[in-house]
Write a protein that binds this ligand. Structure first.
Ligand SMILES: *Cc1c(COP(=O)(O)O)cnc(C)c1O
Length: 366
């Protein structure tokens, strides 16, 4: 039997053709037509007006902080229940992360966000909010708080490409947003990211910084330091092909979620990650918490039948790296971490192939 993975890459079938076009043109790098096409397809899909293709979403978050003028000693609020890639860039900039817990939505708690703002001795400059596992956070409340308090909002939409709230795409609510095309995301270019913003000048500045901050001179002139963060034309060709099947991938991810929910509905101790009102998630990973069963027992039992599963993200405020950092928490994400798991959600699978997952969970929970 083939091993079942959490979220393996799934090609559309067009990738080779587009990559061949790149090779025939000789422009495997630097840049080229597919980088533009990839950016255009993200703009068309998400409705953002400016997009910048990068080597990763982490690079995008780093550029976002740089462009927004966030640096040494500045306070940046962030979801604690997330992957480290959300917050590493805060450290790259010498800024100070302050972590905020989740609420019943699993995503950032607006109430704790307010508390963090009112109780911080230094006024926070920005918030990085994560849309966990493809479901959007309470964007209406979060956007309102950030506007009111004059705090930049950066959306970590690395996991939530194609998810929407009130009909608007995740990643386009904040001052800036990022998507990831890392190997395990809903779409992949093997590695890559996209920075988006309604602000043209910010994206232009990010582009300049992403290509070594070369001034517009006939020779190489530098007034500030930049990075080598741009995406290659070869990977962008993969991205263009992947964007063509985004809707199909979301459809299948959502079917997988519904399949698990239905098949496991008799087990009372389970609760799946919710989808907040007026939102539509991409269900990148199907996730649930057990009320009673130790999730490690489930993970081990799944492993025995060749199925990959994982605990939910370990919150940032529990990481040794951040043990000295301030956090506004109430135990919510810690409980999720102790009780929850991510289930295999491969779009290139049939419901039949996912049946062993269901059977193992039924067995362990009985
Ligand atoms: C994957 C991920 C990132 C990092 O994306 P890269 O493209 O690998 O840099 C950041 N935040 C979250 C929530 C992620 O899941």
């Amino acid at each position: 039997m083939n091993r079942l993975f959490l979220s393996p890459p799934h090609m559309s079938g067009k990738e080779q053709e587009y990559i061949s076009e790149v090779f025939e043109s000789n422009y495997i790098a630097p840049l080229g037509a597919f980088v533009n096409r990839f950016e255009e397809s993200i703009k068309a899909y998400t409705g953002t007006s400016n997009a910048l293709a990068l080597s990763s979403a982490t690079a995008g978050l780093h550029l976002a902080l740089r462009v927004l003028g966030i640096g040494q000693g500045d306070v940046v609020l962030a979801s604690t229940f997330t992957f480290i890639g959300s917050v590493n860039a805060i450290l790259y900039q010498g800024a100070i992360p302050v972590f905020i817990d989740s609420d019943e939505s699993w995503n950032l708690s607006p109430a704790l966000l307010k508390k963090a703002i009112y109780e911080s001795s230094v006024k926070p400059k920005a918030l990085i909010v994560t849309h966990l596992y493809g479901q959007v956070a309470k964007l209406d409340e979060i956007v309102a708080i950030c506007k009111e308090e004059d705090i930049f909002l950066i959306e970590d939409a690395a996991e939530s490409l194609g998810a929407s709230f009130q009909g608007k795409q995740s990643g386009t609510f904040g001052d800036m947003g990022v998507y990831s095309f890392n190997g395990n995301k809903i779409l992949t270019t093997s590695g890559g990211g996209m920075l988006v913003s309604a602000n043209e000048a910010w994206i232009a500045k990010a582009k300049f910084l992403s290509t070594q901050a070369k001034e517009n001179f006939i020779y190489y002139e530098h007034k500030e330091y930049g990075y080598n963060y741009r995406m290659s034309n070869v990977l962008a060709a993969i991205g263009v092909a992947q964007m063509e099947v985004l809707d199909e991938r979301i459809k299948r991810k959502r079917e997988i979620f519904e399949f698990y929910q239905e098949q496991l509905s008799a087990i009372e101790e389970l609760s799946f990650m919710p989808e907040i009102k007026s939102s539509r998630g991409n269900r990148w990973l199907s996730t649930l918490v057990f009320n009673r069963t130790n999730p490690m027992n489930v993970i081990e039992a799944l492993e025995k039948v060749g199925v990959e599963s994982r605990l939910l993200w370990k919150p940032m405020h529990l990481q040794p790296l951040f043990k000295e950092r301030q956090a506004f928490v109430d135990g919510t994400s810690e409980a999720f971490f102790k009780q929850g798991i991510c289930l295999p959600s491969p779009t290139n699978s049939t419901n039949n192939e996912l049946m062993p997952v269901v059977e193992v969970i039924r067995n362990v929970c009985s």
